[in-house]
Write a new protein. Structure first.
Lengths: 146, 130
């Protein structure tokens, strides 16, 4: 801010300021147009007792174009939604888009990586992640003291 | 940029209230070729039987329901049960009787054929002799 007031008689002061603001405006515009989907896919996380379940909305994604990887405490869903191959068509509206995506879900406790399974139905991916024995719920009996 | 021929707009529920479900306008792609229009709509989590496509009064109404079993154990999330609704105003050249719908992988595809007289015809030009 202060740099513009170093010399109050500098005739280019206003232009510098204008240019700086325009640059910022253009950067904002670029960011808004380049990323129309800030969050994709949307996900849900459930605690199913002995397992965690992650669901993701991935309509139009083929299972071949999906890549899942799990560490002890996270699940990463990567993939690509490909455009339908439509030759000779004019596009009137394009909201769905074709793009690559990646999302990592942090899990609340350790999971057994070897037991992870996944299913895709009607555009919803469901990943089941079994908890490690030490993460499973245990019921604790309360003893009343006389 | 040319004006789209097949208009669409998000709509409110026409009659019955949609309970607590979120009403969502699904993302769509609209294509056209000389034989007709193709509409693709993202309907993740919808059962094929829960999709209702109606053509009335020159409008194509798309409604779908996504049920969501059990909120139990939900630790956090970004989507749940939803009502998908969208209405398209259909150009007059569509043959309404020939509309076909398919559903695969959470994507609805609607094919709207153009009626025969609306398809482009090649018109012969007779050159007049000067």
């Amino acid at each position: 801010m202060f740099q513009y007031f170093r010399d109050p008689h500098d005739p280019f002061r206003t232009f510098d300021l204008l240019r700086a603001r325009l640059d910022q405006a253009l950067r904002d515009l670029d960011e808004n147009t380049a990323r129309p989907r800030p969050i994709w896919p949307r996900v849900n996380l459930y605690d199913r007792g002995d397992t965690y379940e992650v669901q993701a909305e991935i309509p139009g994604v083929d299972e071949k174009d999906l890549e899942l990887s799990a560490t002890g405490e996270s699940l990463t869903i990567k993939g690509e939604r490909k455009a339908a191959s439509l030759e000779g068509y004019t596009v009137h509206r394009s909201e769905r888009g074709a793009f690559r995506f990646a999302r990592t879900v942090a899990l609340p406790a350790k999971i057994d990586v070897s037991g992870v399974s996944a299913a895709l139905k009607d555009g919803i991916l469901t990943v089941t992640l079994p908890k490690r024995p030490e993460s499973k719920p245990r019921s604790i009996t309360v003893k009343a003291q006389a | 940029m040319s004006e789209p021929t097949l208009h669409s707009h998000a709509t409110k529920t026409p009659s019955e209230p949609a309970s607590e479900r979120l009403v969502v306008a699904p993302a769509v792609d609209i294509f056209e070729n000389q034989d007709g229009y193709l509409v693709l709509a993202d309907l993740p989590g919808v059962d094929g039987d829960a999709i209702d496509v109606r053509f009335e009064e020159g409008e194509l109404r798309l409604a779908a329901r996504r049920d969501f079993p059990g909120e139990e154990g939900r630790l956090g999330g970004e989507f749940r049960a939803a009502e998908y609704r969208r209405v398209f105003r259909i150009p007059e050249d569509v043959d309404a009787a020939g509309i076909e719908a398919g559903f695969k992988g959470g994507v609805l595809s609607l094919r709207l054929p153009k009626s025969k007289q609306a398809k482009p015809r090649k018109i012969a030009v007779t050159a007049a002799k000067a």
